[in-house]
Design a protein. Structure first.
Ligand code: 5AD
Ligand code: SF4
Length: 470
């Protein structure tokens, strides 16, 4: 038997950034039981797959991975190297619960995203031989009950960190499983978020990305007892010493309120980058998707955002082949992309998700047609991304140095616009924000030369009192 103080956990993360955040929280909860993370699945005493259910392929990958893990577990047992418990977490766990237990007898625990703080208890039950399924939406506050990582652990995780501020979604886009797997919108209180952000800053984190399935719908309780919006929260977080860069993702066009636009205008630490999915260009399709905005609403909103923050880079999500999408509808998607222009984007073929309204819609689009449209859309989006990157050649920008690059003496950092930038710089500068001149572009990144090894961010805030009219 493995010494209980020396147990190892391997967590494999699929899907979105919130799963990345959650995987770290699971590791923190397990640390209280003596589990240390490992990169080698075959030596793990506990393997957790933190799954994603957003598209079909993501769920299928989980089942094939479970087949592979079963072999590793059997080899470990047969080699007399102890047992391996297997858990499935995340949105597939939430959506399929018992079905996973039936389809994959190798699994010991299935638990949804609202149960991570209970992980040590669930593990005790699994150790006693139970097969545990935990997919309720409990009323207790998961975040308040999750243990905090030690400073060294946080430091090791890097200088840029995620911080979940909101979970769930009430928008019910007809293609999307999130409202079912992550539940109704819930926002963490401001004080809890500020405390976590301060801990991150103390551990050396310089950049925080606030996460939420519908993050700009944030409405957490403020210290004054009133609901604060995301803009107000950002102003508060900007006061924390050491947090020089703030970001947030993912947003819905309906929830871009005035306070958030003011934050984009006035907060130097709020990076000029906005992920604002439009999904499609045709009003008929937007309506069938229940997006609650039109082509024009979106374009007008982008105009206002560019007005307040002219250097903002836009990113988006697109779905092609939604039920009923004609060639003409698809052309509207191409048109909105040309009109808005994106610095980066994610685009997908529509994938029917069981239990969502769109899965039952007639007129499902043929796969070959959807593939061909996706190809055309991605050509356009890739071209726009290359153009955006090329537009930075010859300019000077701030860069947060994050990690070592592949070449000797090279570091990789992140630009304000979320581009990877390679520079020659010594390792002790990791965690610093430096100024670089951009010399040229590669396929997916930029190459620059450092012209100064410290920058002063945090120029005084502009007048915040002035309002904006949308
Ligand atoms: N099919 C294809 N893409 C989807 N997305 C969400 N649900 C589906 C689906 N059923 C995409 C959306 C969303 C992103 C996270 O994933 O574009 O913004
Ligand atoms: Fe899903 Fe986003 Fe729509 Fe919510 S707003 S239902 S998370 S696509």
């Amino acid at each position: 038997m493995t010494d209980p103080k020396d147990k190892k956990v391997f967590v494999k993360t699929y899907g979105c950034q919130m799963n990345v955040y959650d995987s770290d929280r699971m590791a923190d909860a397990l640390a209280t039981k003596g589990y240390k993370p490992t990169e080698q699945m075959e030596e793990a005493d506990l393997v957790i797959l933190n799954t994603c259910h957003i598209r079909e392929k993501a769920a299928e990958k989980v089942y094939s991975e479970l087949g592979r893990i079963r072999k590793l577990r059997d080899a470990k047992r047969d080699g007399g190297k102890g047992d391996m418990k297997i858990g499935v977490a995340g949105c597939v766990a939430q959506a399929e619960g018992e079905e996973i237990m039936r389809r994959a007898p190798v699994v010991d625990m299935v638990f949804g995203p609202q149960s991570y703080h209970r992980l040590p208890d669930l593990l005790d039950r699994a150790d006693n031989g139970d097969r545990v399924v935990e997919t309720d939406f409990p009323v207790e506050d998961k975040f308040a009950n999750l243990p905090k990582a030690k400073k060294e652990v946080t430091r090791k995780r890097g200088v840029s960190s995620f911080l979940t501020v909101q979970e769930g979604c009430d928008k019910f886009c007809t293609f999307c499983v999130v409202p079912y797997t992550r539940g109704a919108e819930a926002s963490r209180p401001v004080a809890q978020i500020v405390a976590e952000a301060e801990r991150l800053a103390e551990a050396g984190v310089r950049e925080v990305t606030l996460l939420g399935q519908n993050v700009n719908g944030y409405h957490g309780e403020g210290p004054d007892g009133k609901a604060w919006g995301l803009g107000r929260l950002l102003f508060r977080l900007a006061e924390i010493n050491g947090l020089d860069r703030l970001r947030y993702t993912t947003s819905h066009p309906r929830d871009m309120d005035e306070e958030l636009l003011v934050a984009h205008r006035d907060l130097d630490s709020l990076m000029p980058y906005l992920h604002l999915p439009v999904q499609a260009g045709s009003n008929k399709i937007l309506k069938a998707m229940n997006r609650q905005h039109t082509y024009d609403d979106y374009v007008r909103l982008i105009d206002v955002i560019r007005d307040v923050r002219p250097d903002i880079a836009l990113s988006g999500d697109f779905i092609v082949g939604f039920p009923g999408e004609t060639e003409e509808d698809f052309e509207d998607t191409m048109r909105i992309v040309r009109e808005v222009t994106y610095a980066s984007a994610y685009s997908f073929k529509y994938s029917p998700r069981p239990g969502t309204p769109a899965a039952d819609m007639k007129e499902q689009v043929e796969a070959t047609i959807a593939s061909e449209r996706l190809y055309r859309l991605q050509e356009l989006l890739n071209q726009q991304q290359r153009d955006f990157n090329a537009s930075k050649v010859g300019t000077t920008m701030s860069l947060l140095l994050e990690r070592k690059g592949r070449d000797e003496g090279q570091l990789v950092g992140k630009s304000p616009w979320l581009q990877a930038v390679h520079v020659q710089a010594s390792e002790e500068l990791i965690g610093e924000i430096v100024t670089v001149h951009i010399d040229n572009i590669g396929t997916n990144s930029l190459f620059g030369t450092m012209i100064e090894d410290r920058t002063t961010i945090g120029t005084p805030l502009h007048n915040q009192a002035e309002g904006l009219s949308i």
